[in-house]
Design a protein around this ligand. Structure first.
Ligand SMILES: Cc1cc2nc3c(=O)[nH]c(=O)nc-3n(C[C@H](O)[C@H](O)[C@H](O)COP(=O)(O)OP(=O)(O)OC[C@H]3O[C@@H](n4cnc5c(N)ncnc54)[C@H](O)[C@@H]3O)c2cc1C
Length: 354
């Protein structure tokens, strides 16, 4: 079976990998000249059980399943060896005042019943993450959480897939039209240059840009972050403090992010920079000594769906068109589970429930 995937962000690439593995012939079509260059590029890649309140419901359920799916994929690709894609470095949630401390304590109380968590007193912060010592009154550490490096994962999966004659990657090709086979099915997709890609099934993974393909209830939420490029992070754990996240990213680190309604405007701006820097320097004064030529602003449009879980659904009009988007702030973390669901859906013709 030949499947066209439109969109080569983390979701499209991971779906391509699982579909290829399940025996499909896959054509992955990306508008830009590089994979993962939109929302995926700007992401911290954090994996956490309880994204936010409510700490239940389908979104939360998807997070639970995503942990297992990431462990399965990591095991499959690395067989237990150390790698630079997944880091189970732990996630710290540090309070800066008593009100936050009470809230985080309640999170800790519910999380520690299920996960490997530790409560960190004010006095112990210097042992766990000295970079934030003196700026927090305490918090908690979830030891089992971590992060994914999305661009390293993309490189790795594309390397793996490139060995297969059933995989074709098409870059710098924007899909603008669908080609109908009949009233109920697609024959394929087409670019403005007139290139036609025929397929048995089509999977749209175009993230926040999905509405340009067909009317669908997905909308963008801009996120800006600061990337400290080639500045080794002076902290080890993913740390939330004072309303911002500090995320180690290999030999670099990032701090973010804003959550903005700015339509399809992907540009970074001075107010984004000021917002993040003002919050971050209050709790990490060491930032002021980082050379400004080492940092840059990055931004992406998170794809949000108007429901409390990602959109993984067959199209209401065409029975061989599958929509896979709407992963919001968690697309990197949710990608592996999404790939599993999509591969199962394409081979069986039915979607499993989350
Ligand atoms: C600042 C920031 C921080 C984030 N942090 C995290 C985090 O810590 N953890 C986490 O899990 N998630 C995080 N996210 C969210 C995550 O980035 C997204 O959920 C995820 O990248 C969505 O992946 P995607 O493949 O659906 O979208 P995208 O990465 O946007 O990919 C969509 C692709 O489709 C292509 N495309 C669009 N239209 C067409 C077309 N017509 N033809 C061909 N190709 C097309 C685009 O060029 C693009 O490459 C963050 C996002 C931002 C902005």
């Amino acid at each position: 079976m030949r499947v066209n995937i439109v969109g080569g962000g983390i979701i499209g690439v991971v779906c391509a990998y699982y579909l290829l593995r399940s025996g499909c012939e896959v054509v992955l079509i990306e508008k830009e000249s590089a994979l993962g260059s939109k929302s995926t590029y700007a992401a911290g890649g954090i994996m956490m059980h309880n994204c936010w309140n409510p700490r239940s419901g389908l979104w939360h359920e998807f997070a639970e399943q995503s942990f297992s799916a990431n462990k399965r994929l990591e095991q499959e690709l690395f067989d237990g060896s150390i790698n630079k894609v997944w880091s189970w470095c732990g996630r710290l949630h540090l309070a800066t005042n008593d009100k936050e401390l009470t809230t985080f304590k309640s999170f800790y109380d519910s999380d520690s019943a299920k996960y490997d968590c530790s409560w960190i007193s004010e006095a112990d912060i210097c042992k766990v993450e000295p970079s934030f010592s003196g700026h927090s009154v305490g918090g908690y550490l979830n030891n089992g959480e971590g992060k994914i490096s999305p661009l390293d994962l993309i490189d790795l999966l594309v390397d793996e897939m490139s060995n297969s004659k059933n995989f074709t990657l098409v870059l710098s090709e924007s899909i603008s039209e669908i080609i109908k086979k009949n009233e109920f099915e697609l024959a394929g997709v087409k670019s403005p240059r007139g290139n036609v890609y025929y397929a048995d099934k089509v999977v749209f993974c175009a993230g926040a840009y999905s509405t340009s393909l067909k009317n669908i209830n997905v909308y963008p939420k801009k996120g800006q972050a600061i990337l400290f490029d080639k500045v080794p992070p002076p902290f080890k754990k993913i740390t939330y403090i004072n309303g911002v996240w500090f995320v180690p990213r290999g030999e670099s680190f990032m701090i973010g992010a804003t959550v903005e309604d700015d339509n399809f405007n992907e540009a970074t701006n001075i107010s984004g920079l000021n917002y993040i820097l003002s919050k971050a320097t209050q709790v990490a004064p060491w930032l002021t000594s980082v050379n400004t030529s080492n940092f840059k602003m990055i931004a992406g449009l998170r794809p949000y769906a108007a429901q409390d879980h990602p959109l993984i659904e067959y199209d209401s009009e065409y029975s061989n068109l599958l929509w896979v988007t709407g992963h919001g702030s968690n697309g990197i973390f949710f990608a592996a589970r999404t790939g599993e669901i999509v591969a199962a859906a394409i081979s069986s013709g039915e979607l499993c429930t989350v």
